[in-house]
Design a binder for this molecule. Sequence first.
Ligand code: GLC
Length: 743
Amino acid sequence: MFGQLFLTLSMTLALQTSLPADIEKRIDALLARMTLEEKLGQMSQATSMRNPIAEEIKQQIRQGRWGSFLNAGLPEDRAEAQRIAIQESRLGIPLLFGRDVIHGYRTVFPIPLGQAAAWNPGLIERAAAIAAREASTEGVHWTFAPMLDVTRDPRWGRVAESLGEDPYLTGRLGSAMIRGFQGGSLREAGRIAACAKHFAGYGAAEAGRDYNSTVIPENQLREVYLPPFQDAVAAGVAPFMTAFNALNGVPASGTRFLLDRILRKEWGFTGVVVSDYESVLEMVQHGFAAGPAEAAQKAVTAGVDMEMVSTTYFDNLRRLVEKQNVSIASIDAAVRRILRLKYQLGLFDAPVRPAASVQTANDARGIAKELATQSLVLLKNDNGVLPLSPSVKRIAVIGPLANSPVDQMGSWVMDARPEEVETPLTSLQRKFGAGRIRYVAALRNSRDTSREQFNAAIEAAKASDVVLLLLGEEQILSGEAHSRAFLNLPGAQEELAAEIAATGTPMVTIILAGRPLTFQNVAAKSAGVLYAWHPGTMGGPALLDVLTGGVSPSGKLPISFPRAVGQIPIYYSHLNTGRPASPGELGIPLGSPVNPEGFTSKYLDVDFTPEYPFGFGLSYTTFEYSKPRASTAELTPGSSITVSAEIANTGKRAGEEVAQLYIRDLVASVARPVRELKGFSRIRLNPGEKRTVSFTLTPRDLSFYNESMELVTEPGEFQAWIAPDSASGSDVRFRFRANTNRQ
Ligand code: GLC
C-alpha cells in the first residue's frame, strides 16, 4: 500500500515538474503507441464543436479524430469534451482548445491598432496577461494572437488587428503581447499559448483587398514583413499560423521558403505551425494544388503541422504515406511538435476539471481603461477647446458612436457582454448628470443616410456650450474580409458634422473606427479632434478622463493617415526617389505653362504628405526637444553609439510623451528609407520638468539586405533624430566606419 502511494506521489511530482527530457521521453513512448489515424487526428483542428456537443463529435473525440478545436462551444462543452478525450479515448490524449482572443476575452481592450497607439509594451503585456487569465479560466489553452502583419493599407479590414505600419513597433508590441499571454512558462496557471500570425506578408494584400495576392521583393520581405515574426520567435512564441495569401505566387501554407528555410532553418523555430482556416484546401483555389491530396502533400512537406478546419490531412495522408509521397517521419515530426505543445501547457498532467466561468475583476477594467486612455490620439486642439473648461455647463453628445457598446468593442469579440461596456454617453451622463447632457444619436448607425434626427441634433447643439460629436465606423465595417475602397466617414456622418458645425457651437469630433479614415472636411470644422479607434469595454471612462483633463492625451499614431485613398500605400519609411517633392507642393493652376520645376513625385490634386504622420499625437501640454547629440562621431564594428536629447515640458500641465528615435542611412548600395524607427521611450514630465532620453545603436541596428540578400552595415554617414513624430525634429549626424584602418 505504502509503496503504491509512494510511486503515485513520485509520479505526480515528476509529472508536475516534467523537464524537457522527460517530455521527450513521454512523447517517444506515446508516439510509439499511436496508430497512423491517431497521428492524423492530432494534426486536425475542427471548428465543429457547438453547444451542446453533438453525439457524432463526442464519438469522434473518443476515436481520436481531432487533436484540437477552435472557437468551440461554451466552457462546459470544452470541459466535457476534454473529459471524454482523457477518459474515453484509447490513449487519453487531451484536446487543445484554440480561440481568437485577439484583444481581450470578457474584458475587451482597444483593438490592436489602438493598443499600438499607446506605444506602451508594459501595459500591453499586462492587458494580454488579463486576457489569458480570463480565457484560461474558461478552458481556452491557445489564442490566435498577436497578428504581426505589418500593413500600409488602411483599406484592408484587418488593419484593425495590426500593430500598424512599422516593423520595429510591431515587433516590440507583438512580443509584449506574447509575453503577456504566455508568461514565463506555459504551465503557469492563467497562461495560454500565443500564436504568431499570419506568416507571412498578408498585410501587403494588393489593393487592400483581403486574401489578395502579395508581391514582395525578398529584401523588403526581410526588412519589413518578417522582423516582427523573428522577434516573436525570440520572445518564445509557441505556435505560428500560416497566412491565406500567395506570397509571390506561392500560397503561404505551401511555401518551403517561409516555413522551412526561414522559420525552421534560419530562425530555428521548433514549435507548432498551424494553417489558417481551410488555407490548406484553398491551395486548390489558388491553382497551386490539383486537388486536396496534393494540397495536403504540399502543406505537410512545407511544414504545416496542424490543419485548421479543412480535412485534407485526415482524408489523404494515409494514402500519401503508403505511396511514399509523404514520409512517416514528417508525420511524426508534426505530431511530436503538437504533443510537445500539449505537454508544455501541462494538459497531460492537468486533472479533468469542471467548467468554470470568468468573474470580471476590477484590475481588468482598470487596465482596460488605462490602455484605452493611452491609446487616444489628440489630432487637433484649437484654442484649447480641450480639456473641457469648467465654464462648460451644457454639453451636446451627438452621433451614432456615442452609445454603441458592440461597435465600441471592435472586431473579434466573442466572449464579452455589451451590458458590461461603458460607453462615452453613459460615462458623460454619470459625470455631469443627465440634466447637463443633451444626447441625440442623429443616425441609427454609421452607415445610416437618414436625416430624420438632424433637426433634433441641431437644436441640441444650439442649446449647448460645446458639442461632442462621436462618429466613425460600426464594428462590422472592419476586420476580416471587410476591406473598404473608400475611407470616408460612412453614411451621412459628414453631412451631420456640417450641420452641427453650422450652428456655431464649438465642436469636438471623436472618431471610433477600426482604421485610419479620411475626414478633412470634418476636422476642418472641428475645434478639436480625438481618435479613439475601437476602444473596448472602458472606452467611455477613458474618453471622459481625457475630455475633462483628468489625464492628458498621449497616444501617437502607429500608422500614417492619408489625405486621400489615392495616396495608398503611404508610409513614413519611404525611399526618397530621384525627384522628391517638397511638402506643400500642390497642383498646377489651370492654364499655367508646363512648370519645369514641377517634375517631382507629387500629386496635382492633393498634398503628397499624409494628413497626420506616423508617430504624431498632441498633448494638453507642450514638449520641447533639444537637438540630439551623439556619444561619438564614428561608430565602428563591435562598438555602439548613444544618441541623446533633452525633452522639456514647456506647458502648464503634466503629460506623457513618446519620444521616437529614427535613423537614416544617407548613401548605400541599395537606396534606404528617409527614416526608420529604431527606438521609442514613453516618459512622464511635470510642467517645467526636463529629462534626457538616450538610445543606444549598434552596427546591427543600421543594417539592411543588399542586392545579394546579405545583411550588411555599410560604411558612410547616418542621421539620427529623437523626435515627437516621423515628420519633425532635428538630427545629428555620425559615421559608421566598417574596417579598422581609417579611410
Ligand atoms: C480566420 C483568421 C485567423 C483566425 C482563424 C480562426 O480566418 O484569418 O486570423 O485566427 O481564422 O478563427
